[in-house]
Design a protein around this ligand. Structure first.
Ligand code: NAD
Ligand code: IPM
Ligand code: MN
Length: 362
């Protein structure tokens, strides 16, 4: 039997709960499609950091590396200085495992209501492809005279042709397999150096994909066009920080952060890819059972797809979409069940859903 070895980092806040719910769906898909999942839990996140003073040690990184994929819940905790876990653990793993491409689908499933008027499943099916290791996330910089009226902070942004090309190549290949439209989103009217590099790379890669038409939208204008006219977009390729911000906006358009999935993808296959919801640890609702596990389940579906389990991936996506369509609310106390119950419903549905009918509320 095919066996996939999954590393699991539940993390902080709602992370462990949504991850456990997603894993129930993964196991149901494994049962239905005849493969095996072996999981290794990693004790990483705020508790481990508060105990050890280290966000991600070398031994954990190497142990994670030996797995076929990593499933992550979320990290971030009010007791830990912002950035320590987010940079140390998540960005650390994205860089260590060369996960240069972040795939963030924005899809409104049938039966789910978008908070934005006029958005429907027919006009909301796009994918944000975010460069995942560079830009302002490289973290270099300094602050002089901190805490004084003369403080000056410098935050470096690095953009290289290799990582940009890898991301843009992936985006064109995806667009070529979809509706053949690619939009570069940047802010090249102000960030002239990085913006020019992105545009040059897009223009160069475009010559290899003559079937894909491409255009350009500034990041600020994208905040208007994406919610008002999502049907205009197929694949949006963008840099790390713009992609981070736009994917929360995209999540809102598709019904909320509890529904938005992501894959931190290593396109060269040199290290495991990592799958996580777009949302964070949500300390405001942690422990209440109000977190929607659909984003984690849909991320786990992306994980199954990455592992080559296409049928299992489609069944898990269809199951999550079908359960979403019947929830009275998409998050919070009125969700129609707590996180674990919704997870069980998704897992049960994996067993008998028709994977071809994604999001069909019937
Ligand atoms: P957040 O995504 O955790 O929460 C934003 C809002 O969305 C909150 O009101 C929250 O209750 C709600 N929400 C999030 N996920 C939900 C779900 N599954 N179901 C229902 N509601 C949900 O963002 P934040 O509050 O800005 O950040 C909280 C912490 O998480 C911070 O420490 C931040 O750095 C961290 N963070 C981590 C990740 C990650 O691990 N990938 C991503 C984003 C933020
Ligand atoms: C995300 C998160 C992360 C990011 C943080 C937690 C490092 O917001 O995955 O969207 O900024 O990329
Ligand atoms: Mn984010």
């Amino acid at each position: 039997m095919r066996t996939h070895h999954l590393a699991v980092i539940g993390g902080d806040g709602i992370g462990p709960d949504v991850t456990a719910a997603a894993l129930a769906g993964v196991r149901a898909a494994a049962d239905r499609y005849g493969f095996a999942i072996e999981t290794t839990e990693f004790d990483l996140g705020a508790e481990a950091y508060l105990r050890t003073g280290v966000a991600l040690d070398e031994a954990s990184t190497e142990a994670l590396r030996r797995h076929d994929a990593v499933l992550l819940g979320a990290v971030g905790d009010p007791r830990v200085t912002p950035g320590v876990l987010e940079r140390g653990l998540i960005v650390g793993l994205r860089v260590a495992f060369a996960q240069s491409v972040n795939i963030r689908p924005v899809r409104l499933y049938p039966g789910v209501e978008s908070p934005v008027a006029g958005v429907s499943p027919d006009n909301c099916d796009l994918v944000i492809i975010r460069e995942n290791t560079e830009g302002l996330y490289t973290g270099g910089g300094s602050i002089s005279h901190p805490g004084t009226p003369n403080a000056v902070a410098i935050q470096n942004s690095i953009t290289t042709v290799p990582a940009t090309t890898e991301t843009v190549e992936f985006a064109f290949r995806l667009a070529s397999a979809r509706r053949k439209r690619l939009t570069l989103c940047h802010k090249k009217n102000i960030l002239v150096h990085a913006g020019q590099l992105w545009q040059d790379v897009v223009d160069e890669v475009a010559t290899r994909y003559p079937d894909v038409e491409h255009d350009y939208v500034h990041a600020d204008a994208m905040c208007l066009h994406l919610p008002l006219d999502p049907g205009r977009f197929d694949v949006v390729v963008t840099d790390n920080l713009f992609g981070d911000i736009l994917s929360d906006l995209g999540a809102t358009v598709q019904g909320g952060l509890g529904l938005a999935a992501s894959a931190n993808h290593n396109p060269r296959g040199t290290a495991p890819s990592m799958y996580e919801p777009v949302h964070g640890s949500a300390p405001d609702i942690a422990g209440k059972g109000w977190a929607n596990p659909a984003a984690a389940a849909l991320s786990a579906a992306l994980c199954l797809a990455g592992l080559g389990e296409r049928d299992g991936a489609l069944a898990l996506e269809a199951a999550a979409a079908s359960v979403l369509a019947e929830l009275p609310a998409l998050a919070g106390p009125g969700m129609g069940g707590d996180t674990a119950e919704i997870g069980r419903r998704i897992a049960d549905r994996v067993t008998d859903v028709d994977p071809a009918k994604i999001g069909d509320p019937e």
